[in-house]
Design a protein around this ligand. Structure first.
Ligand SMILES: [Zn+2]
Length: 229
């Protein structure tokens, strides 16, 4: 009998495999874990059926020919307020699917796991989907080592006349040749708040929605430039 391993993880994404199997991508404190659940689609109610995105599960698994096979799963946590609200669920599923691409397989680092749990908990507790998406994108990039430099111009540290320069890693001021999207001081402060404020305080952030949408557009641009997705 193969050696059994136990992990707790957040299901980020699932995909069908072969006739009746399902592969679930989990985010665990030991990094990303891709689990093959044999017969998961045929036998509803069995362990494999618990592997839905947004579920936190405890799993028992073993290795066979380079694959991690699910033996048993039990449900630890669901996020009913997120799952029950289309806008929240859409934001969460999109964020999780993206995290699945960003977090490397088998790289033990509990920070992405803890960050994801914390952000989902805040979304469940009432954080707006827009704030969730912006803060989660920014903070996940940061723990993955791709976060933008937000303390003034990347070249000279100047805090005035900033533009957004994803290739150079953050703000570039006009004097240093910045020619990207101009970033107002208010928008720059919003980005800093999205990166650093405790989530509880972030939920009370009075940033205009227009600023948040713009921050998200800048972050999308940054993400594509830095990690290609
Ligand atoms: Zn500069």
């Amino acid at each position: 009998m193969a050696e059994l391993a136990r992990d707790r993880g957040i299901v980020l994404r699932t995909q069908d495999h072969a006739e009746t199997d399902r592969i679930a991508v989990l985010l665990t404190p030991r990094g990303r874990l891709d689990l093959l659940a044999k017969g998961a689609r045929r036998l509803e109610g069995r362990s494999g059926a618990l592997l839905d995105p947004l579920h936190v599960v405890d799993v028992i698994h073993y290795r066979r020919r380079g694959l991690h096979l699910l033996k048993e799963a039990s449900l630890v946590q669901t996020f009913p307020n997120v799952r029950g609200d289309l806008e929240r669920a859409t934001a969460a599923l999109r964020a999780l699917a993206w995290a699945a691409d960003l977090v490397p397989v088998g790289a033990p680092d509990e920070r992405p796991y803890l960050l994801t749990l914390e952000c989902l908990g805040a979304l469940e507790g009432g954080l707006s989907p827009l704030l969730f998406t912006a803060a989660y994108t920014l903070r996940t990039l940061a723990v993955a080592g791709h976060g933008p430099h937000l303390a003034g111009c990347v070249r000279c540290g100047e805090a005035k006349d900033l533009t957004w320069d994803p290739e150079r890693g953050g703000f570039l001021c006009a004097r240093c040749g910045g020619s990207g999207t101009p970033v107002s001081p208010r928008l720059a402060r919003t980005l800093v708040a999205l990166a650093r404020l405790p989530l509880r305080a972030l939920a009370r952030l009075r940033a205009p929605e227009e600023d948040l949408r713009q921050a998200l557009a800048l972050l999308d641009e940054f993400r594509r430039a830095q990690v290609g997705r």
